[in-house]
Design a binder for this molecule. Structure first.
Ligand code: MN
Length: 492
């Protein structure tokens, strides 16, 4: 769905979830502004039992002139109701009767999605979704500085002060918004109420320490999710604590934050594992967060999280490739098949000497373009820089166009001028040359492997994936996805 699909309706109401947070307010603000820019009226409302009282939000309403109305009782039945930062039918949004429903959100889908919907579950905030939709509609949020500041603050608060941002679209928005920093500072420093300060203290007093895993489990009362970030960041500083899981349970949601300071646990992987099938989780290696849907839990959130935490720690065998030699007599020998991949000569995109930022789903890389700099697009769509010499050694260059579909098409920014170009227009097909032999076997237990090249970051392999070692280098051990293995290798 695009925003222009919403212009054909007369009586339009935008509604965010009850007890709105900054992201919900910024999102409704953005959509209302879209209607204004198209010379149409739309009301932006929130409902439920409580009027906003949190001081950072009161500052936001006042200083950023958020045009929202509190409407506990609603008589009219609009032609179009757009719910933002929530999904019509969820418990946290008071039901408003309407002839047509549209949904703009970034949470996991929990309802039957109507035809008018844009739900992007992996994006950090609904503000980001709205910002992207405005852009698609030809509008620039920076033309309204209060709105731009509100959108920034929406992402800021929904991702624990940006520490849990992981989607490149969120980073695109952060790069582009012009914000009023002094208002942000003011809101950030009115973030905790005295009540929440107490919740923080009480939660920390009730920690549970799992000594073998050096893991701290902390349950808080229902609170603003940002408190979980405050609690877990602080608790992680304790000696002999490597991982912190802080959470609260409410009838509407279970929210949690994960922090890790050990290279053997990636916070984002643990968060995704905790929420698997019950909600969603993600973030960075060191900081992550997530949510569970209470209606899917058969026991208390605490029991579920404790059990999953234990399973997570029991699950993996850890391998340090540098000091490991696998017994190849128990493995089969394979030859690598020819693969077709993509490559981009960076000097085709911007002139030699240009400092650039390459943005992909996996993260950002900064580099300077030289004659030999290429970008590889791997079989699974992963992007990494490669030098001409290595490229030519292992691949045969062709002049064929390269095409594939990405969840987020990688883009390259000239960091001096700010000009951004997408990579596909410059990509050519390359073919891998065969003749490299490996030994491989299927994993019977999940592993975390620190390869010889990445001593501070591991790759996870699950049962059914393959563990592989190069025939000519016993320490070059890595994991290959089980579903893709047959496409890459043939037995010899
Ligand atoms: Mn949100």
């Amino acid at each position: 769905m695009e925003l222009k699909d919403l212009l054909g309706y007369e009586n339009v109401v935008i509604q965010c979830h009850d007890n709105p947070d900054a992201d919900a307010l910024a999102s409704g603000y953005a959509i209302k502004w879209f209607f204004e820019k198209n010379d149409k009226e739309a009301r932006f409302i929130y409902r439920g039992r409580n009027k906003i009282t949190k001081s950072n939000l009161l500052i936001m309403l006042e200083e950023l002139q958020v045009p929202v109305e509190y409407v506990p009782e609603m008589d009219e039945e609009p032609d179009l109701l757009i719910t933002v930062d929530c999904q019509y039918g969820q418990k946290n949004v008071t039901e408003t009767k309407a002839k047509k429903i549209a949904i703009i959100d970034h949470h996991q889908k929990t309802v039957d999605v109507p035809e008018l919907a844009n739900i992007r579950s992996n994006v950090g905030s609904c503000s980001t979704v709205c910002w992207d939709m405005l852009k698609e509609a030809g509008l620039n949020a920076n033309d309204n500085k209060e709105l731009a500041t509100a959108l920034f603050y929406g992402l800021f608060t929904d991702t624990n002060r940006l520490s849990e941002v992981s989607h490149p679209l969120d980073r695109d928005m952060l790069d582009s918004l012009l914000v009023n920093k002094s208002i942000i500072t003011e809101m950030v420093n009115s973030n905790l109420s005295f009540n929440e300060l107490q919740i923080t203290g009480k939660a920390i007093l009730n920690y549970e320490y799992h000594e073998t895993d050096k893991c701290l489990l902390i349950q808080a009362e229902e609170c603003d999710p940002c408190i979980l970030g405050v609690i877990s960041d602080f608790a992680l500083e304790t000696e002999n604590v490597d991982v912190v899981l802080a959470f609260y349970e409410s009838p509407y949601e279970v929210k949690f934050s994960v922090r890790s300071c050990t290279k053997e646990v990636h916070a984002n992987e643990l968060a995704a594992f905790l929420a698997d099938g019950l909600g969603g989780g993600g973030g960075h290696l060191l900081k992550a967060g997530g949510a569970l849907r209470p209606e899917l839990l058969t026991k208390s959130a605490k029991e579920v999280l404790e059990e999953r935490l234990r399973l997570y720690y029991e699950k993996y065998l850890i391998i340090y490739a540098k000091n490991t030699t696998l017994d190849v007599s128990k493995m089969k020998r394979y030859d690598k098949l020819t693969q077709s991949l993509g490559a981009v000569k960076l000097a085709d995109v911007f002139p030699i000497g240009t400092p650039i930022n390459i943005r992909t789903l996996e993260g950002d890389v900064d580099t300077v373009i030289d004659e030999d700099a290429y970008l590889m697009i791997g079989v699974e769509g992963e992007i990494y820089p490669i030098k001409a010499e290595k490229l030519i050694r292992s691949y045969q260059l062709t002049n064929f166009v390269y095409n594939r579909v990405f969840e987020y098409e990688p883009r390259i920014k000239n960091t001096v001028t700010g000009e951004v170009k997408k990579v596909l227009a410059y990509a050519k097909t390359v073919l891998s040359t065969g003749n490299s032999f490996i030994f491989a076997k299927k994993l019977e237990q999940p592993v975390k492997i620190f390869t010889a090249w990445t001593e501070d970051k591991y790759y996870s392999g699950q049962v059914g994936d393959y563990i592989v070692v190069r025939a000519d280098d016993e320490h070059d051990i890595y994991i290959v996805n089980g579903e893709l293995f047959d496409r890459f290798y043939k037995p010899v």
